[in-house]
Each structure stands twice: as C-alpha cells, then as structure tokens.
Design a protein around this ligand. Structure first.
Ligand SMILES: NC(=O)c1ccc[n+]([C@@H]2O[C@H](COP(=O)([O-])OP(=O)(O)OC[C@H]3O[C@@H](n4cnc5c(N)ncnc54)[C@H](OP(=O)(O)O)[C@@H]3O)[C@@H](O)[C@H]2O)c1
Length: 278
C-alpha cells in the first residue's frame, strides 16, 4: 500500500511509519505546515495516488478547544470531513482518530463504554471530536474511526522520564480510562487496512481500565523510577474532564484483533519489543 499520514507532528507518526515500512508499505508524512486538512483542494492534491490516508491531525488541546471553539471545530470536524471527502473521491481508505472524551456526561455510565453507548461529551474538545466522527461517517467511503484514549508513546514516556529526573510528577486526580500503548494502536491501523476489515467506528485501547495515578505509577516503575514521585494535585484546568470513560474493545475482537493488557504492552514498548498484534 501507499499510505499518506497527515498531521505528522503527532507522536503516532514514528510508530506507524516503523510498523508499515518493514511490511512493504510506502509511507509519506505531511506536517501541518505542508497540509492544512481543512483545505479541500490541497487535500485532493495531497491524497492523489495513495491507497490509504491516516489522519493524525487534530486540535488536541482540551483547554485550547474550550477557549477557541472555531479552532476546535475546524481541526476536529471540518478538516477530517474535507480529508475524508478527498480520500473517498480518490478511492483511498481513510483512517481517523477520535477520543474517549466523547463520553463523561451520562448520569448512570456503564463500566465500559462500547461503540454503541450514547455519547455525552462534557467539553468542546469532546463535542468537536464527536461531530468529526459523524462527519467522516456521513462522507462514507472506506473509513475507519478509532476512538482511543491516554495514548502512551515516546513523547509521553519522555515527559515521565523528565519527571523522574526532577523527582516529582504531580497530576490531577481525575480520570478512570483505558490507556492505549502507541505501538498497539498503530498496529490496529495496520491490521484494519491489511485485513480490509469492515469500515466504521472502533474503540481502540488496551484493557483493563485504570485510574490515572495507578497508570502513572506503573509507567514510572517500568522506567526504573520510584512510583512514590507521583502525587495528586488540585485540578485547575479550565475545561471539564470525564471522570470515567473506559473503552471496551469487543468490536476489535470481533474482527480478530484482541488488544493485549496495557501492563504487558507497556513492558514490551519500554523494552523495545514489537507489538503482539503484528
Ligand atoms: N494524545 C492522546 O492521549 C489522545 C487521546 C485520545 C485521542 N487522541 C487522538 O489521537 C490523534 C492523534 O493525537 P496526538 O496526541 O498524537 O496528536 P498531536 O500530538 O496533538 O498531533 C496533532 C498534529 O495535528 C496537527 N494539526 C492540527 N490542526 C491541523 C490541521 N488543520 N491540518 C493539519 N495538521 C493539523 C498539529 O500541528 P500543529 O501543532 O502545528 O497545529 C499536530 O502536529 C488525534 O486525533 C487525537 O484527538 C489522542
């Protein structure tokens, strides 16, 4: 396959490129400066000749989206819709990422949110991503929307390593969710594309769900630090966050993709071992 990655400043670009290359796929990656996904004509020119487009571009600052809804809805809804249209018209598969932040507002939430659980975002970011999902689905074509959460890639590990060096990692106490180890997440993309899986919406994260402090302590420990450096601080962030947004992944299992437990995948990632999914 010839694969185009858009929004290539994402921490998922390197793992995706490393997963695709050795399997014989050709990859081109475009940063924001080279392609604004809101620009339909530029998108049409960019996707020409590709078999698949993986969109990593997003307005991803949750608090930034709250204060600048135009940026949020452009980056997370209009842009994905334009790129999905360009991809559909070029006959390319379109892969897009969404978020567990489409959840959080239900009065009586389930333990795990499935793809069919009604969404109830609690902030502008979540709402803009939810509309982006709908826009991509409405465009049609061969599209995959992956709802993911707490992406653990090299950038995040670097932040934790820096905190270990400083002897303190202060985090807000909010959050019960499902982490997604980057190399498993990109492996899901590769599998869906290579297997020509049924298009649509898929939750994509590693079970089981966990609390943010427990996850951070596990990562610090995996990196050789003292888990006691993780301390809880006051949550002063302007935008509301979901208290609980754990993603169940039965739909991936139904197409033969069994997400490994995050503890094992984290260990493999830190040790430089490949994803169990490829
Ligand atoms: N990180 C997480 O924990 C997490 C959790 C759930 C879901 N997700 C989803 O996973 C995907 C990847 O996330 P990430 O954290 O790897 O993203 P990221 O690091 O924030 O990277 C997103 C990239 O998109 C670019 N971008 C923004 N607007 C654009 C536009 N209009 N046209 C082209 N490029 C644009 C940004 O460039 P500039 O910085 O130059 O604007 C940035 O390089 C996103 O869809 C995100 O919503 C992530």
């Amino acid at each position: 396959m010839r694969v185009l990655i858009t929004g290539s400043g994402s921490q998922l670009t390197d793992p995706l490129t490393h997963a695709l290359g050795p399997r014989g796929h050709a990859v081109e990656a475009l940063p924001h400066a080279s392609l604004d996904i809101c620009d339909l004509e530029a998108g049409r020119a960019a996707v020409d000749g590709f078999d698949a487009v993986v969109n990593l571009a997003a307005a991803n600052s949750v608090d930034g989206c709250e204060s600048d809804p135009v940026l949020a809805y452009n980056g997370n809804c209009l842009g994905p819709m334009q790129l999905a249209r360009a991809s559909r018209d070029a006959g390319a598969a379109f892969v897009h990422f969404s978020t567990d932040f489409v959840h959080g507002g239900l009065d009586d939430p389930p333990d795990y949110f499935s793809e069919d659980t009604p969404a109830a975002p609690v902030n502008v970011y979540g709402h803009s991503k939810l509309l982006g999902e709908a826009a991509v689905a409405a465009v049609g074509g061969r599209h995959y929307v992956l709802r993911t959460s707490w992406v653990i890639g090299e950038r995040f590990l670097g932040y934790v390593r820096d905190s270990i060096g400083q002897g303190k990692l202060q985090i807000p106490p909010v959050g019960h969710a499902s982490p997604a180890i980057a190399q498993d997440l990109v492996a899901v993309v590769v599998r869906l594309l290579e297997d020509n899986a049924e298009p649509g919406l898929y939750n994509a994260a590693n079970p089981p769900a966990t609390d943010r402090p427990a996850l951070l302590r596990a990562i610090v420990q995996e990196l050789g630090g003292d888990p006691d450096i993780v301390v809880l601080g006051e949550d002063t962030r302007p935008a509301a966050r979901p208290a609980h947004s754990a993603l169940g992944v039965p739909r991936l299992a139904s197409v033969g993709i069994e997400m490994p437990p995050w503890q094992e995948s984290l260990r493999r990632f830190v040790a430089g071992e490949p994803s169990l999914l490829l």
